[in-house]
Design a protein around this ligand. Sequence first.
Ligand SMILES: Nc1nc2c(ncn2[C@@H]2O[C@H](COP(=O)(O)OP(=O)(O)OP(=O)(O)O)[C@@H](O)[C@H]2O)c(=O)[nH]1
Length: 937
Amino acid sequence: MKKFFTMDSGMRWIKVILPFLAIVALMVGLLAFSMNILSSVRAFVGGESLWSKAQKEAVFHLNQYAVTHADPDYQKVLKALAVSIGDRRARDELDKPNPDLQVVRQGFLDGGNHPDDIDGIISLYRNFKNFSLLREPVANWKIGDQLIQELSAEASRLHAAISAGNPDPQTMIASVARIREIDAELTPLELRFSASLGESSRQVQRLLLFATLTIAVGLMIFGSWISRYILTKSDQFEEALKISQERLHLAMLGSNDGLWDWDIQADNIYYSPRLKELLGYSLEEEEPTPLQFLNCIYPSDLDAVRAKLTSHLHDNSPCDIEFRIVTKGGELRWVRSCAQSTSNSAGEPVRMAGSFTDITARKRSEEQLYAAKERAQVTLESIGEAVITLSTDGLVEYLNPTAEILTRWTLASARGLPLEKILHVVGESSGNRIPDLIPQILDNSVPIDRASNLLLVCDDGSEVAVNLSAEPIRNLSGETIGTVLVLHDVSKDREYAAQLSYQASHDELTGLINRREFERRLTVAMITSRDQQRQHAVLYLDLDQFKVVNDTCGHAAGDELIRQVSVLLKQRLRDTDTIARLGGDEFGVLLENCPVEHSLRIAEGLRQTVADFQFVWTNKPFTIGVSIGLINLAGEMHTLGQIMSAVDAACYLAKEKGRNRVHEYRLDDSELSIRHGEMEWITRINEALTQEKFCLFSQEISALGKPPSHGAHFEILLRMLDKDDNLVLPMVFIPAAERYNLMPAIDRWVVSTVFATLAKMRQQGRGREIQTCAINLSGTSIGDSNFLSFVQEQHVKYGIAPQIICFEITETSAIANFAKAAHFIQELRGVGYRFALDDFGAGMSSFAYLKNLPVDFIKIDGGFVKDMLNSPTDYAMVEAINKIGHLMGKQTIAEFAVNERIIGTLTEIGVDFAQGYGIGRPRAFGIGVDKNLLNAG
Ligand SMILES: Nc1nc2c(ncn2[C@@H]2O[C@H](COP(=O)(O)OP(=O)(O)OP(=O)(O)O)[C@@H](O)[C@H]2O)c(=O)[nH]1
């Protein structure tokens, strides 16, 4: 943690103050030095004064002593001379190279100087004696010392003379004279000494003043320079700080980061404008408190943020953390914050500051990238293709699980190995390794079939057929950074294709080829028959009474029978013959290169085999037969369709003739022509349906014994137009339509046309009088569950009132599909449709069924009605049917009411309705029918 007050800042303060301290110290030192010099000079002048005074006193007392001869005077002389002698002794000692300062001090003390001045005198003398400043005074002083010495000698001589008694007056006079001479010499010397010393002290004063002023000026100049230097530095520092702040500001703007600065002890945070914006605060808003800031952190991330902060404050570990925030506006954002704290001298954190970067976009793209990577990874892990990625130098980097299975190498063991080590691929046909296969595939220089027909040879020797493709992996700059290989195990595909092709051409139940394959082979045979004059024969086999097995023992038994018969038939044929199951209990046989007689023999043999065969199911034996149609391909037939329909017709005739026989197709076969004629109707009926060649008529049904206001009742009758627009009656085409299952299509057309016509009439405001519109339905239609839905759709589509529609079903067809017919009737009666049982009485067990069929009308079969006037039996039948019908709550309708007498009789019996030429002939129904047809029905 950084110290808040650093050594750097202390040093900087000292650096600033130090020059000024030095200047003050220098000034003080200079002052002290000047004062010291001046004090020394003053002491020196004082010493000179004492010296002069002592010399005067010595002369005075010596003159006294010469007169008085008193010893006290002499002592006073000595005392005065001691001053000058002391000074001289001190000065002589100082002139020595290594003076004894003790002797010097004592000398100056003897010279009467104050002890405090002595060090100044010593210092001045030692340091300046050779300067002009002291040179002259010292020279005068030395001359004075010689004269003092002479005076001292004169005093000694005088004292000796006086002490000897009776001194010679002449000597005394001479001595006094000498003393006066010396004094006279000393007096000007003293003056010069004093004057030179005075001059020197003034010079010193001037010098010191000058030096002090000079130094002071110098220091002032230095001081102002230093101040200026510091100011310049400070300005530079401020400028650098400003630039640095601007730089930081620009960098922050550029990086779009926010900044925060947390004063830990005061517990407040500074937020940069950008940070406020990131937190969802406007610039004018008050800044969030530290607590509010914590509340901005996404709750699940809070613990991690706290842990990071604590760890950083504890051990100064890097504080760099990414977390989510919830902005004031509730928006979720990802941010990254890097921070650093500082602490005080006690080591306590005092401040922490950091940046705040909005990384939402990066996180989102990271998430997207991760998701994309994850998707790609999951895809790679789960796809059925083997994927191997290689580095640029061809080393394996990755194998997906399929590749691991295919190559028998795990990713861990294969990683880093050269591709050739784990992938041994050879050409499927050559068995040779293809050199540089991958570069060749990447260059597109290997033909597709070579890359598709490869064998992967595994270490255990097993081989897998594979397709191989390779693509370079490129980075964003388009540089190749590796290769991805995709191996597709085609062995399963091949098996599957073979299986599909087998299934497409074979019958699942018997394993024989199916109709499609049979027809394909037949087509080929037709070509060889035509081009190479070969004789082929085709047989169409249909088991007889197969339904019995199905119905009595169930479908499984029927299946088993078909299977066993197929084996039997196959065994009877040559390998070159083709046998197929054409559907249900029908088989086809193609006998190639087989003359007619021979083919007849084979067909007979097959028939015999089936006839001899006894099928046993749960101990029940069944004997079956087979009807066989035969056709010789050398004949006139040209198309596959013609051959198949001819042989089918031949088989049909074999059935017609009593089953269990062979019928050969011949062109002159009249029976076959009829059959063929029927088959032509298929085409015509289909054309009539698509080309609107059907039309509708209506025949009135009259309510007997009721006034005409009872409403209109009629039956819809179907007609077909031939190519010359002549009407074709239904009995001509209906048998063929029934045989070839075309009735549901015809009935659909009739129902939708009647409904559409009625709807149109209603739109035109016509047909309000219609009470009953009867529509015939075939047995196959009512047995077809899709037909019921069709009627319901038409009901919704046209919105015809169901009460006016009456569906007529023939008694025989209703009985044949009793359960389905009952269901059909119930469903439609439930919504209001009515039903009539047509041709009632023609069947054997009509009455028994009538009880269980919920119909509204019964139509008495015309066969009874037309002869009822002549035949008492027919009359009785009509009467009985009418009676029983009424008893069961049904209304009766008599057909074939051809004249007034019959109508009268029917009315007498109590029949409810009658229909026939006696009532009305059929008329064109609805709109758009050619006027010529109106009377043709
Ligand atoms: N068990 C079984 N029955 C089938 C299969 N395909 C069709 N059928 C039934 O086979 C019967 C064939 O009808 P038909 O050939 O008219 O019946 P049949 O009793 O042989 O009558 P004829 O040929 O006129 O002697 C129908 O009832 C079909 O439902 C099948 O794969 N397995």
